[in-house]
Design a protein around this ligand. Structure first.
Ligand SMILES: NC(=O)c1ccc[n+]([C@@H]2O[C@H](COP(=O)([O-])OP(=O)(O)OC[C@H]3O[C@@H](n4cnc5c(N)ncnc54)[C@H](OP(=O)(O)O)[C@@H]3O)[C@@H](O)[C@H]2O)c1
Length: 277
């Protein structure tokens, strides 16, 4: 009888403590989600709203060597460069993917891991723009793609007197001066768990550039939506200002940098307004 009473009392205590723990967990989850939503909607810190309207033309002419033109972001970059009247030399492993551009661009056929292909791509160019990244279908061959290709570009830049190398990077890449808020920490944690290999490659790409003496800008993007320009992206040097960004806004920001040079040897984070999580 005595044992049954003790057993009953321990069961009630255990139930109470379980309720307490579940309650605490619930409260923490709500607190976490609320702060995440706040971080996303408050859009802070906002150091600069990039240019105020789409810019169809540029005051200066550029010959752009474009990597990744057959990809999602690269497609927006190609359109943006042509709209601004630039001459485009685009690299493609499969030139048929760019057939619709006909004679409006020069296509260099080849694999970006080949230094000779990069030297040919850069011939006569004054800036290099890249949205090149790992492709799932390439399997292991894509493991160190960004460091391999960036090394090739750095080797080829001096002989063409290239003035800027601007490339898409990830919002989880760390640089000196970062002051990540909760959203920034969360984005980095997600990438460390789900995109570890690609993140290591992109971090090593940054190290290569930081050790070089060329002018570079790494545009650190969170999740990129295949959407056109809507409004100028939010830009911060400290922490990602949003969880997502529109590809059209990334493309316009990057093209603007060919003249503005606001972020030379820096890694601005971009984000879009009104996209949410
Ligand atoms: N999408 C996102 O949410 C997101 C977020 C943050 C950062 N990023 C980064 O942004 C960049 C662009 O992303 P995305 O979504 O536009 O990628 P994507 O659609 O997969 O495009 C990748 C591009 O790289 C090219 N490429 C890959 N390996 C190559 C090689 N060995 N030689 C020549 N070209 C090669 C591909 O060419 P083929 O057509 O021949 O395969 C394609 O044009 C990547 O660096 C990515 O990591 C993306």
């Amino acid at each position: 009888m005595f044992d049954v009473k003790i057993l009953a009392r321990s069961f009630v205590n255990w139930q109470r403590s379980m309720h307490y723990r579940i309650g605490l967990l619930r409260a923490l989850s709500i607190l976490f989600c609320a702060s995440l939503m706040l971080a996303c909607t408050a859009q802070t810190p906002r150091e600069e709203a990039a240019n105020s309207a789409p810019q169809p033309e540029s005051s200066q002419h550029h010959t752009v060597a474009l990597l990744g033109a057959t990809g999602m972001v690269g497609g927006y970059l190609l359109e943006a460069a042509l709209r601004r009247g630039y001459t485009v030399r685009a690299l493609a492993r499969n030139p048929a993917k760019l057939a619709q551009f006909g004679r409006r661009i020069t296509i260099i056929t080849g694999d970006a891991r080949d230094p000779a292909v990069i030297r040919e791509l850069l011939l006569g160019s004054d800036v290099v723009v890249s949205a090149l990244g790992p492709v799932k279908a390439d399997g292991d061959a894509s493991r160190l793609i960004n460091t391999t290709v960036t090394r090739n570009v750095l080797e080829a830049m001096p002989s063409e007197d290239i003035s800027l190398y601007i490339a898409v990077s990830g919002a989880a890449v760390v640089m000196p001066g970062d002051q990540r808020n909760l959203l920034g920490w969360w984005i980095r944690t997600l990438a460390q768990v789900g995109l570890r290999g690609a993140l290591q490659d992109k971090q090593a790409e940054y190290d290569l550039l930081a050790d070089s003496d060329v002018n570079w800008t790494l545009v650190r993007c969170p999740l990129i939506d295949p959407q056109p320009f809507d409004s100028p992206p939010l830009v911060s040097l400290k922490t990602p200002p949003a969880f997502r960004v529109r590809a059209g806004e990334v493309a316009q920001f990057m093209m603007k940098q060919l003249d503005a040079r606001d972020f030379v040897r820096q890694g601005p984070f971009l984000g879009s307004r009104d996209l949410g999580i």
